[in-house]
Design a binder for this molecule. Structure first.
Ligand SMILES: NC(=O)c1ccc[n+]([C@@H]2O[C@H](COP(=O)([O-])OP(=O)(O)OC[C@H]3O[C@@H](n4cnc5c(N)ncnc54)[C@H](O)[C@@H]3O)[C@@H](O)[C@H]2O)c1
Length: 356
C-alpha cells in the first residue's frame, strides 16, 4: 500500500517534507497553502499532485491517507485536530503547539479518533542521535546524571520581523523554535525522566534594535524591518528531573559569540557514571569517553550520512501502514512543551518553577 500524503503549508519546511516523502516512496498527492501560487509551485513538482488554497479541500479528500502540517505554529493545533477529525493520520511539525494546553487538546483528539500522531522531532532520526541512543541503551554510560543541550546561532533569527518573531503566531523565539529540538533529543536520550524543577531566563536584546541587526544567515530570509519582533533571542535554563538527573539548556537565535567557539556551541552532551558522550546535531561523529583502567578512553563513532527527513518520512509511512506508535509521540511533545512553558514562566516570574 502506498500512502497518499497531503501537505498543508508549502513554505520552507513543506518543500522539505514533500521531497522527503517522495524519496520515502509516499505519494505527494495534494498541497494546500493559503498562498495559492506557492501551493501550485510545489504541487507542480509531483505528478498528479493537486494544489488548493483551502486546507479543507485536502482534508475532505477521501483519497488522502495522511497529512503533514507545515504551517506557522499558531495553526498547528487547529489543523492537526481538523485533520484527525477528518480521519487522517498526522505528521505535525514542531513545536507541537503554542503551549502545553494546546498539546493536551491535540493529544485528546488523537486518543479519541485513534489516529497516528507523529510530532516532527526530526533529530531523533539523525545519524548522530540514533548512534548516541545505541550507546546509551547498551549501558555504555552507566547511570546518567547530567545532560547538556546547547544550540547557538550568532545572527540567525529566522525571518526577523515575520511570523517566527511574532509571539502571537510563534509562541516564542529560539526556545520554542530550536529549543524544542534539543530538549526533545536530550530527553529522549535520557529516557524522559519526570521534570521536577525548572529555572530559566530568556533575553530579548536584538528585537528592539532590528535596524542595526547585522544579517549573517537566516532560515526564512532577510529581515523585514517594518515587522514585529516581540520574542526572546536567547534562552538559558536548568531543568532538574526526578531521580537526580539535570539538563543544562542554552539556545539562541542571536548572541555575541566568537566564531572559534561555534562548534562547541552546537553540542549535545550526556554524562553518566561510567562514561559520557558528546555530538553536534549536524556533525559526522559521536564522541564517547568511557572509563577503563581508571582513565578516560576516547572512542569516536564515525557516522554514515543519512537524510533525517527521509528517515522521518519513512518511519511515518510505516506507522500509518502498521498503526504502530511513532517514535516521537504527542505525549512526548507535551513533555517537551511543559519544560518550555516552565522556562518562560520562570523567567517571567524570576522564580524557580516546580512541576508535578
Ligand atoms: N523540523 C524542522 O527542522 C523545521 C524547520 C523549519 C520550520 N519548521 C516548522 O515548520 C513550520 C513552518 O515553518 P516554515 O519555515 O516552513 O514557514 P514558512 O513561513 O516558510 O511557510 C509556512 C507556509 O504556511 C502557509 N500558511 C500559513 N497559514 C496557513 C494556513 N492556516 N493554512 C494553510 N497554509 C498556511 C504560508 O502561506 C506559508 O507558505 C513551523 O511550525 C516551523 O516551526 C520545522
Amino acid at each position: 500500500m502506498t500512502i497518499r500524503l497531503g501537505i498543508i503549508g508549502a513554505g520552507s519546511i513543506g518543500k522539505v517534507h514533500a521531497k522527503a516523502a517522495n524519496e520515502a516512496g509516499t505519494t505527494v498527492a495534494r498541497i494546500a497553502d493559503v498562498d495559492l501560487p506557492k501551493a501550485k509551485e510545489l504541487a507542480d513538482k509531483y505528478e498528479g499532485c493537486i494544489a488548493s488554497d483551502d486546507p479543507k479541500e485536502l482534508l475532505f479528500d477521501e483519497d488522502i491517507d495522511a497529512v503533514a502540517v507545515c504551517v506557522p505554529n499558531r495553526w498547528h493545533k487547529e489543523l492537526a485536530i481538523a485533520a484527525m477529525r477528518a480521519g487522517k493520520d498526522v505528521l505535525l511539525e514542531k513545536p507541537m503547539g503554542l503551549n502545553k494546553s494546546e498539546c493536551e487538546e491535540i493529544n485528546a483528539v488523537a486518543a479519541e479518533t485513534k489516529r497516528v500522531l507523529q510530532v516532527g522531532m526530526v533529530y531523533r532520526y539523525s545519524a548522530a542521535g540514533t548512534a548516541a541512543k545505541d550507546v546509551i541503551e547498551s549501558g555504555g554510560l552507566g547511570t546518567i546524571y547530567h545532560a547538556k543541550a546547547h544550540l547557538f546561532r550568532r545572527r540567525g533569527v529566522p525571518g526577523l520581523g515575520g511570523w517566527f518573531t511574532t509571539k502571537e503566531l510563534s509562541g516564542g523565539g529560539p526556545l520554542i523554535d530550536l529549543g524544542v529540538h534539543i530538549i526533545d533529543i536530550t530527553s529522549w536520550l535520557i529516557g524522559f525522566p519526570t521534570p521536577k524543577r525548572v529555572s530559566g531566563k530568556v533575553y530579548s536584546h536584538f528585537g528592539s534594535r532590528m535596524k542595526d541587526y547585522v544579517y549573517e544567515d537566516m532560515w526564512a530570509g532577510p529581515p523585514k524591518l517594518e515587522g514585529v519582533c516581540d520574542v526572546e533571542d536567547s534562552a538559558h535554563a536548568m531543568v532538574n528531573f526526578e531521580g537526580g538527573c539535570s539538563l543544562d539548556l542554552q539556545v539562541s537565535w542571536a548572541i555575541n559569540m566568537p566564531t572559534p567557539n561555534m562548534e562547541s556551541a552546537e553540542t549535545i552532551g550526556i554524562f553518566g557514571d561510567k562514561g559520557g558522550l558528546t555530538f553536534s546535531l549536524f556533525g559526522e561523529h559521536v564522541d564517547v569517553a568511557t572509563e577503563q583502567y581508571g582513565r578516560n578512553i576516547d572512542t569516536q563513532i564515525l557516522l554514515t550520512k543519512t537524510d533525517q527527513f527521509v528517515e522521518q518520512a519513512t518511519a511515518f509511512a510505516h506507522c500509518v501502514k502498521t498503526r504502530e506508535t511513532p517514535r516521537a509521540t504527542g505525549e512526548q511533545g507535551y513533555f517537551v512543551q511543559s519544560i518550555i512553558d516552565a522556562i518562560y514562566e520562570s523567567s517571567e516570574t524570576d522564580q524557580e518553577v516546580k512541576l508535578n
